[in-house]
Design a protein around this ligand. Structure first.
Ligand SMILES: C[S@@+](CC[C@H](N)C(=O)[O-])C[C@H]1O[C@@H](n2cnc3c(N)ncnc32)[C@H](O)[C@@H]1O
Length: 199
């Protein structure tokens, strides 16, 4: 297989578990699920240097590169392992201390086409039910994909959950395109976007 073709990692097979007490400061938190090379957070950080950033990236070599990229930034932490499995143990301790969880970006997630693989998606029924227990109505999820079927199926899952306050939007958040978006737009692809909150 050529080196640049990377098979998807089955997140459910990666069982590493992490816990994060939180940042030294109480600034609000932005999460990047599946950060890949981190260019999205890098640009967000330029715009919002006072905020805290939590990045999840399941591929260990990519996570290591992200750690190098953000070395020296006290307000950025990177976790490898499955974001779904670790999301609560990493983010909730800060929220329980009263820190604002501002935005969770789910940018161009792996689509997991097959019915039997849907539970591998970030936004699934079980994940949202767990989030409902501790995430406040102030926190926004931002979901972007170039896969219409994934968008439609995710919308259904969202609407059947307590996170059913949904808004669609057209432009890249804060004018920042991820690498994936750049590639898809170059190919002439369309991007589907929504924000959602707990009711
Ligand atoms: C299609 S890429 C999109 C990358 C980036 N968000 C963008 O928009 O350019 C999906 C990324 O999510 C990572 N990923 C997939 N499943 C994950 C999981 N369960 N936990 C953390 N990262 C995951 C992949 O390794 C990959 O870097």
């Amino acid at each position: 297989m050529p080196r640049r073709i990377r098979p998807h990692v089955n997140p459910l097979s990666i069982t590493k578990e992490y816990f994060f007490e939180g940042f030294e400061n109480n600034a609000s938190i932005i999460v990047d699920m599946g950060a890949c090379k981190g260019e999205f957070t890098e640009q967000l950080l330029e715009k919002f240097p006072e905020k805290n950033f939590i990045l999840f990236e399941i591929r260990f070599p990519l996570a290591e590169k992200l750690r190098e990229k953000f070395a020296g930034c006290d307000n950025v932490v990177v976790f490898d392992g499955d974001a779904g499995r670790n999301f609560e143990s990493i983010v909730r301790p800060s929220v329980d201390r009263g820190v604002k969880l501002e935005t969770i970006f789910v940018n161009f997630p792996d689509p997991w086409f097959k019915e039997k693989h849907k539970k591998r998606r970030f936004i699934n029924e079980k994940f949202l039910a767990q989030c409902a227990e501790w995430i406040s109505p102030e926190t926004e999820f931002v979901f972007q994909t170039d896969q219409k079927f994934l968008f439609d199926e995710t919308l259904e899952v969202v609407q059947d959950s307590v996170f059913s306050r949904v808004e669609f939007f057209d432009d890249s958040p804060h004018g920042i395109r991820t690498d994936w978006e750049e590639a898809k737009v170059r190919e002439g692809g369309e991007v589907f976007r929504m924000k959602f909150w707990k009711r």
